[in-house]
Design a protein around this ligand. Structure first.
Ligand SMILES: Cc1ncc(COP(=O)(O)O)c(C=O)c1O
Length: 390
């Protein structure tokens, strides 16, 4: 008999009832060091007092207001995002998938308004993940995501990851956009080289194609900059954000330049819940903390510490691990064994991690994890790997 909850997830037999910072506490009272952070969502860990205060303060005032009316909390958060990024305008969603949908619609609308309605081809990359809607799975194109869900939305072409020659051959003045994660998350924590991202920007400028960045996983301080593309010194035309922006409250956003967003006039897009006062009150508090230069510098320092310790871990388990990769606190351990086995061995050591494609174990701690917790996490991973050594 089918379970009452649609069985689309492979769930571990673990349930959590509380969280404190980097720790998730299971229903049996066991404390797990949480290096998954809800897959890069809980950027400030669990039950951060400022976020709890922002949410409860707003909950006592007003929860939901239709986008038929002005929403001051939404305007405040949009102002903060515009102030700190390339963007001139922001649309709020509830998830990364919805951000992907709008990004795709915005690209189509842009070319329609430019009297080139047939210019719909968006170049994407193998290993990409942009969500689970019909548009987002067509964009990523992997067999795992699309099998059984055809016919797919047309207008996407996947290119090999990191193959700039393939991109140069594919892009033309008929290309609508290039859509890329600056650091692939689900694809296995694979950062694109800064010089390649700069070249992609230049190719977009040359052909007129829009550059759409998916920073749903890499954004909101995860890499040590507010957004990962800042390392390359470029700006996109459109950017998808979600996960960390709500610190655990469902919130996403599409940020765009005035040029890219211009044709999105009243009535062209909408959402019942997107940008509701609760989400935006929390989001503004997340931004207050995370977009601060001193906070981001600390992320960079802790990332360097963690990376150094992980290099030591890899060296001491050559049969289990191959290498460390990633940027900031978006880290991956390329494994020689199945990363799923490591995740399970981690449960026995009371540490939470996340598997990814390309045989990679993902480590996405809360950005406010402290030095002792980093040392403890690596010690627990070390014990988990002990059991898998050949
Ligand atoms: C890069 C990227 N884009 C989009 C999404 C989809 O976001 P959501 O699950 O919030 O719909 C994800 C989720 O893992 C992601 O990592």
């Amino acid at each position: 008999m089918i379970s009452h909850v649609l069985p689309t997830y492979n769930r571990a037999s673990l349930a959590f009832e509380r969280g404190e910072g980097a720790w998730a506490i299971a229903t049996d009272g066991t404390r797990y060091l949480d290096l998954g952070a809800g897959i890069a969502v809980n950027v400030l860990g669990h039950a951060h007092p400022d976020l709890v205060a922002a949410l409860t303060r707003q909950a006592g005032k007003i929860w939901h207001v239709s986008n038929l009316y002005q929403i001051p909390e939404q305007e405040k958060l949009a102002d903060m995002l515009v102030d700190k990024t390339f963007a001139d305008t922001v649309f709020f969603t509830n998830s990364g998938t919805e951000a992907a949908e709008l990004a795709i619609k915005m690209v189509r609308k842009f070319w329609d308004a430019a009297a080139q309605p047939d210019r719909i081809e968006i170049l994407t990359f193998e290993g990409a993940f942009h969500g689970r809607s019909t548009g987002a799975i067509a964009a990523a194109g992997s067999e795992k995501l699309v099998a059984g869900f055809g016919p797919l939305m047309p207008g996407f072409r996947q290119l090999p990851w990191g193959d700039m020659e393939a991109l140069k051959a594919a892009i033309s003045d008929k290309t609508a956009a290039v859509l890329i994660e600056p650091v692939q998350g689900e694809g296995g924590i694979r950062p694109i080289a800064d010089e390649d991202l700069r070249e992609i920007r230049a190719l977009c400028d040359k052909t007129g194609a829009l550059l759409v960045l998916d920073e749903v996983q890499s954004g909101m301080g995860r890499t040590g900059r507010l957004f990962a593309h800042e390392y390359a010194g470029i700006v996109p035309d459109i950017m998808m954000v979600a996960k960390g922006i709500g610190g655990g409250f469902p919130l996403g956003a599409v940020l765009a330049s005035e040029k890219a967003a211009g044709p999105m006039s009243a009535g062209t897009h909408g959402s019942t819940y997107g940008g509701n006062p609760l989400a935006c009150a929390v989001g503004a508090t997340v931004m207050d903390i995370v977009a601060d230069d001193a906070f981001l510098a600390e992320v960079g320092r802790k990332a360097a510490l963690m990376r150094q310790k992980l290099e030591g871990l890899v060296a001491s388990h050559p049969d289990v691990f191959e290498s460390v990769r990633g940027q900031g606190l978006m880290l991956g351990l390329k494994c020689k064994v199945s990363p799923v086995k490591l995740v399970e061995a981690g449960y026995a050591q009371h540490i939470l991690t996340v598997p990814a494609a390309d045989n990679t174990l993902r480590l996405l701690p809360p950005l406010n994890i402290d030095d002792d917790e980093i040392a403890e996490a690596v010690a627990r991973l070390d014990r988990a790997a002990d059991g898998l050594d050949a």
